[in-house]
Design a protein around this ligand. Structure first.
Ligand code: FAD
Ligand code: NAI
Length: 472
């Protein structure tokens, strides 16, 4: 129980850091305390109650929506389609179990010691950290030269509401509702609100999303947000912005939400209320005060650009530190920290972290938005191409949306790429590669793209930067 590297947290940040550190020849342990269905389960928020189960349900609900709404266009009909929610949830759980087991397998393969329980700092004596692990009341101590804190995040709550994951739910509850609620209210039109709202809307719920900000999806490029708003509202999602949430009460299996909209007091009575107003870092149980680990007023572990904390050989990554709360950001930081411990000098660029929202249509972007370029006074040109006439999109029966490329006016270097449309979660990778290699829009325009493919729209957008779009 004496290690070179101990990772606290087995989410996409922690388990990836552990594997990379083991590959580099260190003696590694990873301790995780996540419990799902009364059993320890590796994979953190992402695998157990986040990325993976939400995408499983998004796919199931999308299949149902296609069966009931768009298959008829293909000449395929079926009478009386039914939803079996229990089966849908059990399929999702099987996917989680498979992946969680996969992480254990990778730990064994890489000779990583898998520990379970809640870890906290005890002391540092002669350069060795002592960490205590509480495994359901049974305590053991381990020691390690390096510690990587990858403890992730928890849902943020509103002061007036307590979630019980029965009628007032967070992401965990929204991933396991065993019936379709007639009326679902979602507070927060962020990524979770829109994705999980879409799942239950497609399955038949009436979904109302109440958002505090005046602007819908302010982090995305405005043209993209507008296109998404148009499509989601067309599907029946009710989105209200500029909302002030008031008192919330629960009675007779109904939740009453009082709110203010444009100065008017309103009330919504829903079967379920989902709160999705952001997440807070999960650092309370670390005993950080005892060893002087610096944590900011919001609970984030304070780190520098290289994920070093204020304590020697203590590093922190993922959702519990600054930066976007995304699984791939956490994993990349994990790789980078392991390599830094090994004396290497890897680089992390926040500007090329891709963002994806798995709604219908999907949204994806990388780099700067038009608004950010304007605010920074950077002269840019843009090329926009639509999926409307793209042959592959028409074949799919899904041809809404566009790709927009923003490039420096003088150097032509790509500064941002914004997509809304079919499978843009996959298409965005080309843009990330282009930006990592500092490509110009002309570079993309001169690359051959397969026909017929959705990627031809990216090609057309690159051509459009130079006003030479062929199909526009
Ligand atoms: P986590 O995944 O939260 O893992 C931390 C782990 O550490 C947990 O298992 C926790 O129990 C454990 N832990 C905490 N403290 C201790 C301790 N003291 N001792 C032992 N163990 C401890 N991101 C994407 O990129 N794409 C998506 O599609 C996506 N979808 C999401 C959908 C939902 C509904 C949610 C909630 C999140 C989603 N995210 C998505 C965000 C993503 O889940 C997080 O960014 C990611 O999980 C962060 O990884 P992490 O390793 O930092 O932390
Ligand atoms: P979020 O930050 O994306 O959105 C929260 C929304 O709630 C914001 O629009 C905010 O203005 C609103 N809000 C805050 N307080 C409010 C209030 N009092 N009343 C009404 N609205 C209020 O957070 P969310 O959706 O909880 O997701 C957390 C994180 O998880 C995201 O930041 C994202 O990084 C990650 N995630 C990523 C996904 C992906 O990559 N596809 C999917 C789901 C989550």
């Amino acid at each position: 129980m004496n290690f070179d590297v101990l990772v606290i947290g087995g989410g996409p940040g922690g388990y990836v850091a552990a594997i990379r550190a083991a590959q580099l020849g260190f003696k590694v342990a990873c301790v995780d305390g996540f419990i799902r269905n009364s059993k320890y389960s590796l994979g953190g928020t992402c695998l157990n109650v986040g990325c993976i189960p939400s995408k499983a349900l998004l796919q199931s609900s999308e299949n149902y929506a296609q069966l009931t709404h768009s298959f008829a266009d293909h000449g395929i009909t079926c009478s009386n389609p039914k939803i079996d929610i229990a089966k849908m949830l059990s399929r999702k759980d099987t996917i989680i179990d498979k992946n969680a087991g996969g992480i254990s397998f990778l730990f064994k393969k890489n000779k990583i010691t898998e520990l379970h329980g809640w870890a906290s700092f005890v002391s540092n004596i002669d350069g060795k950290w002592t960490i205590s692990i509480d495994d359901k009341g049974s305590i053991q101590e381990v020691s390690s030269t390096h510690v990587i804190v990858a403890t992730g995040s928890n849902p943020r709550m509103l002061p007036q509401i307590k979630t019980d994951n029965k009628n007032i739910i967070d992401n965990e509850g929204a991933l396991s509702l065993n019936t379709v609620p007639e009326e679902l209210c979602v507070i927060g039109a962020g990524v979770i609100g829109l994705e999980m709202g879409s799942v239950w809307l497609r399955l038949g719920a009436k979904v109302t999303v109440l958002e505090a900000m005046d602007k819908f999806l302010g982090a995305a490029d405005e043209q993209v947000s507008k296109e998404l708003y148009k499509n989601l509202t067309k599907q029946g999602l009710v989105i209200k912005t500029g909302i002030k949430i008031g008192e919330i009460s629960e009675k007779a299996n109904k939740v009453t939400i009082n709110y203010e909209e444009a100065g008017e007091q309103k009330t919504l009575v829903a079967d379920k209320l989902m709160v999705a107003v952001g997440r807070t870092p999960n650092t309370i149980g670390l005993n950080s005060d005892a060893v002087g680990l610096k944590v900011d007023e919001r609970g984030f572990v304070v780190v520098d650009d290289e994920c070093r904390t204020n304590l020697a050989n203590v590093w922190a990554i993922g959702d519990c530190v600054r930066g976007p709360m995304l699984a791939h950001k956490a994993s990349d930081e994990g790789i980078i920290v392991a390599e830094r411990i090994a004396g290497q000098h890897p680089h992390f660029d926040f500007n090329t972290v891709p963002w994806v929202i798995y709604t219908e249509p999907e949204v994806a972007w990388v780099g700067k938005t038009e608004q950010q370029l304007k605010d920074a006074g950077i002269a840019y040109k843009k090329g926009v191409a639509s999926f409307m006439a793209n042959g592959r999109a028409l074949g799919l029966g899904n041809n809404v949306g566009f790709v927009k490329i923003l490039a420096d006016e003088i150097t032509d270097r790509i500064l941002g790429v914004h997509m809304v449309g079919p499978f843009v979660s996959e298409l965005i990778s080309e843009a990330v590669v282009a930006m990592e290699f500092m490509a110009s829009s002309e570079d993309l325009a001169r690359i051959i793209h397969a026909h017929p493919s959705l990627s031809e729209v990216t090609h057309e957008a690159a051509l459009a930067c130079d006003n030479r779009q062929l199909h526009g």
